[in-house]
Design a protein around this ligand. Structure first.
Ligand code: C2E
Ligand code: CA
Ligand code: CA
Ligand code: CA
Length: 279
């Protein structure tokens, strides 16, 4: 047994050692970030077919006081592995509800929706429903303006459990959006079974929509299918007028992307948003 132990240790080469240390450093820094108020929500506008602001997606940023902002692409996976996503996720939800409450007190902002990303690990926390219920109650928001964005990774092999949980949450009034649609495994079957309100077409399909016939075909199919299932569709990662026009032509109603605005601190999310109508 001792030998086996020793042999195992030998598999850690210097590269792996360095990766493990870098990870540990990042994890320690992330713990500190939570305690030191270094996390912030940015808001990216979502617009309708006339370019009018209809809502926003809350996107997490880690802003160390002395360094470059760290992308959630880098720290969310780590937060998921370490479980730090649980306190982070609740913090995000509280912040988002507090912001929604402020909007609901402002006649110009009252109708806006706010979308919040919920990771798989957070979604499966035993106390998720009661935590969301409590946060909604304390903030005093109209929950019909709150959307939770889930990815297909939430579902995996637990479809029944996920459906039941979604139904419980929907009783609070909130809605569900299926994020990164098209990038997962069993998209089509989930689309039919889950009590969804919205799907978001992943930016990977939008990127080459004007040039790539396959991407264009997929997007057209998603739009047609979603319409027949009564789901609204948000196209993500819309950067050009050409992409927007293609999507418009095929019946897309909602848009998010740099063309309409990057994620910004709340004070920079101003009304009215760039109405980019060409028609
Ligand atoms: P996502 O939910 O798919 O968010 C969309 C990402 O696309 C955001 O990256 C956004 O800044 C970026 N984006 C928006 N429009 C454009 C565009 O026109 N062009 C391009 N190239 N990119 C665009 P971001 O903010 O870096 O977030 C990355 C991911 O991190 C998110 O992907 C989401 O999966 C995760 N994330 C962010 N905030 C949270 C959070 O509060 N909780 C959880 N669990 N995950 C989060
Ligand atoms: Ca999202
Ligand atoms: Ca997405
Ligand atoms: Ca994504």
């Amino acid at each position: 047994a001792k030998n086996a132990g020793r042999n195992t240790v030998r598999f850690f080469n210097p590269d792996m050692q360095a990766a493990i240390e870098a990870r540990a450093t990042l994890e320690a820094a992330l713990r500190c970030a939570i305690e030191c108020d270094e996390l912030q929500l940015y808001y990216q506008p979502q617009v309708d077919r006339y370019g009018r602001l209809v809502g926003a997606e809350a996107l997490l940023r880690w802003l160390p006081p002395d360094g470059e902002p760290v992308s959630p692409v880098r720290f969310i996976p780590l937060a998921e592995e370490t479980g730090l996503i649980i306190p982070i996720g609740y913090w995000v939800l509280e912040q988002a509800c507090a912001q929604l409450r402020l909007w609901q007190e402002d006649p110009r902002m009252r109708g806006l929706t706010l979308s919040v990303n919920v990771s798989a690990r957070q979604f499966h926390q035993p106390d998720l429903v009661s935590q969301v219920r409590e946060t909604v109650a304390i903030s005093g928001i109209d929950a019909t303006r709150l959307k939770l964005e889930l990815t297909e990774s939430v579902v995996l092999d637990r479809v029944e459990q996920v459906i039941a949980r979604m139904r419980n949450l929907k009783m609070l009034g909130l809605g569900f959006s299926l994020d990164d649609f098209g990038t997962g495994y069993s998209s089509l079957s989930y689309l039919k079974r889950l009590p969804l309100d919205q799907v978001k077409i992943d930016q990977a399909f939008v990127r080459d929509i004007v040039r790539d016939h396959n991407d264009a075909a997929i997007v057209r199919a998603v739009l047609a299918m979603s319409q027949s299932l009564g789901l609204n569709v948000v196209a993500e990662g819309v950067e050009t007028v050409e992409q927007r026009d293609f999507l418009l032509q095929h019946g897309c109603e909602l848009f998010q992307g740099y063309l309409f605005g990057k994620p910004v601190p709340i004070d920079a999310l101003s009304l009215p948003q760039v109405p980019l109508t060409t028609d």
